[in-house]
Write a protein that binds this ligand. Structure first.
Ligand code: MSP
Length: 535
């Protein structure tokens, strides 16, 4: 791609804008961690990145929750939005924009967008009849509901019958254009299973959907008819656009779209796929805007097989989890353990076992024992080994040389578990090499050169492993880099792509004897299972 001089390629990622009906749970944290990892990775590769997250504050669900707590919806939203921001700090999420849909700037964007769609002739008034799930904020087909008109996602909630005048968006007009989009850009919806879901849904024929409500006050008034408020989803999706505004600029669509549009990646859970992969592109087409790069719908975190959720009340408190185990542990577990795109059950014993095995034993002990041997056998100096003198079939070099590319591909495809597994292959091979070569014996036998080669190749492998895992475990990676004598902080977002560029640091064989090793300290304390934090 040709880019003007000095201008970096841009990469904008969004998380969903979370409902503020309750404090965040681990399901909301899951998407946000993944989004943070993707942006950190793209930043490492030298792109100019923007991570957008925020809260979706309008609609009946929020209005009712606030009422039942005896508070105004705004006061309620303020409190919960603050809870989200605070959790993101604890999880070390480096978001660039936090958009709240009650922001006055957002209303200006929504109005301008509505006007464009109105001018395209895609909005009309009609009668809406149907079953509405307030927790989903979505009309449901009768056949989608369980017995007693209960929602299939919020199984403890009954859908409510609605029969009222609403404004509608002419989704049906975009059927052919959407089908052409999915054909022309097979990567637009990922993974494949979600794409198939959407194709099948669209092939059944698209129906117009209502974009206003008459009995919900908590929302923006419909610009052409203030007796209606805008349907929460029509307003919320546009939060992605408002978020692109520079803080001081006037809230116009032109300003919002000038630098970061189109957004490269919308990360969402599978329950909100239709809104992002069908409604949203159609709305954008109607307003004459270009379309996002891709929509990735991940799976659900489940507890005993059921979606964890605020409405079902079977959640896991992310604040307790992070306070107990730390941000890196939580980030690592969910991305390593669950294939992104599939559902995954949370189990605290497994959580502890995986972290102890991968981070405390395989990676942490490896670094620690190797550094101690370097202190003992090499006078605290990184051995002077030239990478080109190490044969290319050396077990660690052989893996290390292609690992950067392999892991890059995994991150690009959002196959985080594959990225972790690939890195662990090198880590495990390093442990095996030490056990087989037994540097302590080689040392006793006076084979200094052989000792140095083992220790150099292992240290370099730990370095590469920590570099490639840094988007997931930035604190641990920074600590490893420090112990290896680098002044690199993976949390320094303004510096990182210059301090440790991917082009050099993702390559095996860059560790140099000019670096001064730091103190050897455990990088990850073994975890113990106390009583569980899950409810
Ligand atoms: N407000 C809408 C999104 C609007 S985006 C313009 C919304 N909010 S939500 O808070 O209910 O859900 C936000 C995201 O969290 C969704 O992607 C949803 O899939 C995800 N999760 C909620 N519970 C989850 C799990 N148990 N597991 C994984 N993700 C889950 O929908």
């Amino acid at each position: 791609m040709n880019l003007p001089n000095n201008s970096k390629e841009t990469f904008a990622v969004t998380t969903p804008l979370y409902y503020v009906n309750d404090l965040p749970h681990i399901g909301s944290a899951y998407t946000t961690i993944a989004a943070d990892v993707v942006t950190r990775f793209e930043r490492l590769r030298g792109k100019s990145v923007l991570l957008i997250t925020g809260t979706d504050e309008h609609g009946q669900k929020i209005q009712r929750t606030a009422e039942s707590n005896g508070r105004s919806p705004q006061a309620h939203s303020d409190e919960i939005a603050a809870g989200f921001e605070s959790l993101w700090q604890q999880l070390n999420i480096q978001y660039d924009r936090f958009i709240r849909t009650t922001a006055p700037r957002h209303e200006a964007i929504v109005q301008e967008f509505f006007q464009r769609v109105w001018d395209s002739g895609d909005i009309y008034l009609s009668q809406q009849q149907g079953w509405y799930c307030v927790s989903c904020e979505e009309f449901k087909e009768e056949r989608e509901l369980l017995e007693g008109h209960r929602c299939a996602i919020h199984t403890n909630k009954e859908a409510e019958w609605r029969d009222e005048q609403n404004y509608f968006f002419r989704l049906s007009r975009y059927q052919t254009q959407l089908e052409a989009l999915y054909q022309k850009r097979p990567d637009f919806i990922q993974p494949e299973s979600r794409r198939n879901e959407v194709l099948s849904f669209v092939s059944q024929g698209l129906q117009d959907f209502s974009i206003s409500r008459v009995n919900v006050d908590w929302g923006f008034p419909v610009p052409v008819d203030p007796s209606h408020t805008l349907y929460v989803w029509f307003d919320a999706l546009l939060g992605y656009v408002t978020a692109l505004l520079e803080p001081e600029t006037e809230p116009t669509l032109e300003n919002a779209l000038s630098k970061w549009w189109p957004i490269n990646l919308h990360l969402i859970g599978k329950d909100i796929l239709r809104f992002h992969a069908v409604y949203w592109p159609a709305m954008l087409m109607s307003a004459g805007l270009s379309l996002p790069g891709r929509v990735f719908g991940h799976g659900f975190l489940t507890k005993n097989g059921q979606k964890m959720g605020k409405s079902l009340g079977n959640t896991l408190d992310p604040v307790a989890l992070v306070s107990r185990y730390g941000a890196d542990a939580v980030r690592y577990y969910f991305l390593k353990e669950i294939e992104f795109g599939k559902d995954g059950d949370f189990n605290e014993t497994r959580f502890i076992n995986i972290l102890n095995a991968d981070l405390a034993n395989d990676l942490g002990n490896l670094l620690n024992r190797t550094l101690k041997m370097v202190h003992k056998y090499c006078d605290r100096q990184i051995p002077n080994c030239l990478c080109e003198h190490i044969p290319s079939d050396h077990p660690l070099k052989a893996i290390g040389l292609s690992l950067g590319e392999q892991v890059k591909q995994a991150y690009v495809e959002l196959a985080f578990n594959r990225a972790c597994e690939a890195v662990l292959t090198l880590v495990r091979a390093s442990n095996k090499l030490i056990d087989e070569q037994a540097p302590w014996t080689l040392y006793k036998q006076g084979q200094q050169q052989a000792v140095e080669t083992v220790l150099y190749t292992v240290l370099e492998s730990v370095r590469l492993a920590s570099y490639l895992l840094s988007p997931i475990i930035p604190n641990i990676s920074s600590e490893i880099y420090k112990q290896l004598g680098f002044a690199t902080n993976f949390n320094d977002k303004t510096q990182i792509s210059v301090a440790a560029p991917f082009t050099t640091h993702a390559t095996w064989g860059i560790l140099s004897d000019k670096q001064k090793l730091g103190e050897a300290r455990p990088i990850f304390q073994r975890l113990e299972l106390l009583e569980t934090v899950s409810s």
